[in-house]
Structure formats: structure tokens, C-alpha cells
Design a binder for this molecule. Structure first.
Ligand code: FCB
Length: 411
């Protein structure tokens, strides 16, 4: 098999504003972290990696690594600190960042909503008005930054946001209601479509997509039909239904009532965030891990073949170019990350060989960061961060990834 990547294939890294920037108190995650016991180790996104001030150092690191694309997020609450009031200074900083990236031939891919909302948006996406409020923010951001950006992600992982925030109650706003979860799904789908149309109206020719969190769902006992049925249902509720709503505007059940909303195509690329596989047990509708499976520091199974399987599946269904918008491993010792990268990129090479149009790979993530509920304890970075001094040190796997990006082939 050919393990050389085409010259125009882009290798990059992905981050999210709330996880790295630091310094913003107007977002829902800062508020959420104030209650003791919620964040492992007790941190908050207020520190992050101080990227808001150290971004040049981080971008120079990427340039030296030979990365040619970077996925970054905008912090909505920073740009719009009060409803309808925009902070020109914050936008100017983002402009500076984007100009710096472009000058170094690192193509920006910008995320508009990645888990964290302005605190003033009461009720978040539970309210139908949130759709227009989001559109107003998107129009503002795209109007000010659109000349520097060719690719936008409207929403990151709608499924993780909804399931953790509205079903398990672990992420803000901490609710546990299936009907509410479905309502938020619906509003997110409509918000995506409105944003998709607005971006195209303001910047024709721009590419717009969603970063979907995809997992493989396998029956815990392969010969147990109940486990197999549970795995299928879980997959539909977690990812297939929301993907269909966002991609086509067809609000399938149980999110909508199959009422087509301007049925069309609302994605120019398909963003895949891939980490792991779930072993599903019908009993308790439980999402578990296979015994003896290789796992990362958080206990998630390391399953490279899943990346191939899922990309193949969504490509067959939607025929949209694929960007792998996240893929990475929590591995503080850096003892498995190099292998992880090679094994997953091997699957990407196989996809290319099989004619699947994968164009980019973004490793999650550039540096260690504020990893939501895991705080500063979960280490996903190609570079290690000492949060006290904010010193960055490229890990051996980071050197390896740099080599792959520079040579465009697997060692
Ligand atoms: C994804 C999130 C990202 C990060 C990784 C580890 O679900 O999009 O922000 O937390 O997981």
C-alpha cells in the first residue's frame, strides 16, 4: 500500500478557544468551573495555556513543525461580551492571529461554537431565539474575519454538547432530560443551517462544515442480538440522526418529525472527530470498553480501524470531502502517542487508496490544555505544558508528527 500522502494533503493541529486562551470570565465554562468538585484538579479555563498572549510562540512552533493548517476557535463571549455589543479589540486580536498564520502558509480552519457560550445567553440553545442570536454573531465574525479564512466550522460536536449537557448533566447547563436534549439538537441543526447560508451569502466560495464526533458502536457480545440492537440504536441517537439533520435539513425523528426544513446540502466538507469505540451492552443501555482492549489514560479504547470504517461510511452516504478535524490521545507519558499517530494515519492512507476524498488531518491537540471536566490533568498535547511557567516542550511524538508533515509519508 502507498503510505505517501499527496502533496496537497494538509497536516495540522486543532485547538478550542476555551481550552487554551485563558483570561475570559464571560463564558459558561468559566462559570461552571466555579463550583468545587466539578473540574478534576480544580482548575478553570481562566488559565488555559495563556494562548491569548502567547499565540505567536504557538504559531511559530507549528511553523517549525512544518504544519500547514491549524484549526482554532473563536470565543463568542469575548467577541460579544454583551448581547449585540461587540468588542473590536478582541476581533483585532483574532485578525492579527489569522494574518500571522496566513503569512506562514498555515491555513486557518475556524470554529464558531465549541462547547462554550456567552453567560448572557440565558437558556442557551434551548430557546428558539438562540438561532437568530447565533446567526447575528456568525455574521459579525465572518464580516470581520472572512477575508482571512477559507474554511469554517459552525458547530463542534453537537452530539457531545447535547449528551453531556442535557442528558448526563455533566457539562453546563447540567440538565438531564431526553426531550430537552432533542429540542437542543433541533435548534443546533437550524442554527447550523442558518450559519451555513449566512457564511455563503457573505463570502461565496468559502467552505463550511460541522465537526462531528463519531464513534464506532459495537455489541459487547457479538452474538447477543439484544447488544447488537442496542449498539445500532445508540449509534443512531448519538450521531446518525443529528448528522442527517445538519447535512440535509431533514429533521429526522426523534429530533424533529421528519419535516423537511429546506431540504438541501448544508456541508461543503464533513468534519470527523475520532477517538474511540464503544462496547454496547443492552442491559442498562450501557456504553463500555472491551476487556483487554488497549486504552489511553482516560480508559478510552485505542481503535485505529474505526477511523477507516467511519470515514468510509459517511463518505459513501454524503459524498463530501472529509477533513479529520480531531484525532488524538490522552497520554501523559507519551509512550503510545507516536504509535497512535502512525496507526491512525495508516488508516487515512488506506482511505485515500480506496478513493475516499480525505483532504486534511488535524491532530488533537497542539499543546496540553484545559481539558473540560478533566481540567489540566489530561494530557493530549504534541507539546507538554508546564502550567505554572507556561513552558512548552515538544514531545517525541510531536517530533515524529513534524517529520510526517514535512515528508508527507509514514515512517
Ligand atoms: C473532543 C472535544 C475536544 C477535546 C477532545 C479530547 O470531544 O471536541 O474539545 O476535549 O474531545
Amino acid at each position: 500500500m502507498n503510505t505517501e500522502f499527496p502533496r496537497n494533503f494538509l497536516f495540522g493541529a486543532a485547538t478550542a478557544a476555551t481550552q487554551v486562551e485563558g483570561g475570559d470570565k464571560n463564558n459558561t465554562w468559566y462559570a461552571w468551573a466555579q463550583k468545587e468538585g466539578r473540574i478534576k484538579g480544580g482548575g478553570s479555563p481562566l488559565r488555559g495555556t495563556d494562548h491569548w498572549n502567547r499565540w505567536r510562540e504557538d504559531f511559530d512552533l507549528m511553523a517549525n513543525m512544518g504544519l500547514t493548517t491549524y484549526r482554532l476557535g473563536l470565543e463568542w463571549s469575548r467577541i460579544e461580551p454583551r448581547p449585540g455589543v461587540f468588542d473590536e479589540g478582541a476581533v483585532a486580536r483574532y485578525r492579527e492571529m489569522l494574518e500571522y498564520l496566513n503569512a506562514r502558509n498555515i491555513k486557518p480552519l475556524v470554529t464558531l461554537f465549541h462547547f462554550s457560550l456567552p453567560r448572557w445567553l440565558k437558556g442557551g440553545f434551548e430557546q428558539p431565539e438562540s438561532i437568530s442570536v447565533f446567526e447575528r454573531f456568525v455574521r459579525y465574525a465572518v464580516d470581520r474575519l472572512g477575508d482571512l479564512v477559507e474554511d469554517w466550522i459552525t458547530i463542534n460536536e453537537p452530539n457531545v454538547y447535547v449528551v453531556k449537557g442535557y442528558y448526563f448533566g455533566e457539562f453546563p447547563p447540567g440538565k438531564k432530560s431526553f426531550p430537552l436534549a432533542m429540542l437542543v439538537y433541533k435548534h443546533l441543526a437550524l442554527a447550523h443551517i442558518r450559519a451555513y447560508n449566512a457564511i455563503h451569502e457573505l463570502c461565496p466560495g468559502t467552505r463550511v462544515g460541522v465537526a462531528h464526533h463519531l464513534r464506532v458502536f459495537s455489541p459487547y457480545s457479538p452474538f447477543n442480538p439484544a447488544d447488537a440492537a442496542a449498539a445500532k440504536l445508540m449509534k443512531y441517537l448519538f450521531q446518525d440522526a443529528i448528522i442527517e439533520c445538519m447535512a440535509t435539513g431533514n429533521l429526522v425523528s426523534p429530533i424533529g418529525h421528519n419535516a423537511p426544513y429546506g431540504k438541501g446540502c448544508y456541508q461543503d466538507f464533513f468534519g470527523v472527530n475520532y477517538y474511540t469505540r464503544s462496547a454496547v451492552k443492552a442491559k442498562g443501555f450501557a456504553d463500555t470498553v472491551f476487556e483487554d482492549a488497549p486504552v489511553n489514560d482516560l480508559g478510552w479504547e485505542i481503535y485505529p480501524k474505526g477511523l477507516y470504517k467511519l470515514c468510509k461510511e459517511v463518505y459513501k452516504k454524503y459524498r463530501t470531502p472529509i477533513y479529520i478535524t480531531e484525532n488524538g490521545i490522552c497520554d501523559a507519558a507519551d509512550s503510545r502517542r507516536s504509535r497512535f499517530i502512525v496507526d491512525h494515519l495508516y488508516q487515512v492512507a488506506k482511505l485515500l487508496d480506496d478513493g475516499v476524498d480525505v483532504r486534511r488531518y488535524y491532530h488533537w491537540t497542539l499543546t496540553d490544555n484545559f481539558e473540560w471536566l478533566e481540567g489540566e490533568t489530561a494530557r493530549f498535547g504534541l507539546a507538554e505544558v508546564d502550567f505554572e511557567t507556561q513552558k512548552r516542550t515538544l514531545r517525541p511524538s510531536g517530533w515524529l508528527y513534524s517529520l510526517i508533515s514535512k515528508t508527507h509519508k509514514l515512517p
